[in-house]
Design a protein around this ligand. Structure first.
Ligand SMILES: CC(C)(COP(=O)(O)OP(=O)(O)OC[C@H]1O[C@@H](n2cnc3c(N)ncnc32)[C@H](O)[C@@H]1OP(=O)(O)O)[C@@H](O)C(=O)NCCC(=O)NCCS
Length: 176
């Protein structure tokens, strides 16, 4: 699938809101987003983090249509670490796009001198685990009952990729 990664732009709020509304599970990942103004606020936060060099968040687009996002945020320059995350809208899933986007974000982050990238997923989210593994993030361990949604606590599995780890054999996305 032909896809690119680019910085979120002023004016992308409507696209973000559309994908969000079409994909119920995104409320846990990036929500709640109640209206266009809230989508705008979220994108403002991404742009501020980019300006402050504390977080890099890319939109993933297919034929000019935004279908998801991947981020390296909570950057700690003292230790050169960053926290990775990713999501795709419902209709873009199942094509390997998240794995390629995460692998691409990792290359960008290592090129910009981060050394260690971390992420975690609920243990009942096998798709996210596969994405992390495909993108070269090794399993590091389980954090018990780390997250709580609607009164239920979830174990999380942590993965990390180091700048010195082998590059996974995966086609990267073009970053524009
Ligand atoms: C996680 C998410 C990005 C995956 O999207 P995707 O399009 O399925 O991702 P990819 O196609 O790149 O890879 C999916 C992998 O998961 C596997 N997978 C999908 N559903 C699975 C399931 N129920 N059990 C086991 N593996 C599964 C696929 O087989 C594929 O693995 P493979 O490439 O080794 O064959 C998407 O489900 C999403 O946005 N979820 C909501 C947000 C989220 O959970 N983000 C991660 C937070 S940690």
């Amino acid at each position: 699938m032909q896809a690119i990664m680019r910085k979120w732009a002023i004016g992308d709020a409507a696209s973000l809101f559309e994908v969000y509304n079409d994909t119920p599970d995104l409320v846990r990942q990036i929500g709640p987003i109640s209206d266009l103004a809230a989508a705008d606020d979220l994108l403002d936060g991404y742009r501020s983090a980019w300006d402050a060099n504390t977080g890099w968040v890319w939109a993933i687009a297919v034929q000019d249509r935004i279908v998801g996002s991947v981020g390296v945020t909570s950057i700690n320059w003292r230790h050169r670490t960053g926290w990775c995350w990713y999501w795709l809208g419902r209709t873009a899933r199942g094509n390997g796009l998240a794995s390629r986007a995460l692998a691409t974000a990792a290359v960008e982050a290592f090129t910009d001198d981060l050394y260690r990238l971390e992420l975690a997923h609920r243990t009942n989210n096998p798709a996210s685990c596969a994405v992390a593994t495909n993108a070269g993030f090794a399993v590091e361990g389980i954090e018990r009952a780390k997250l709580e949604y609607e009164g239920v606590r979830f174990d999380c599995e942590t993965h990390a990729r180091l700048a010195t780890d082998p590059r996974p054999d995966i086609e990267l996305l073009e970053v524009v």
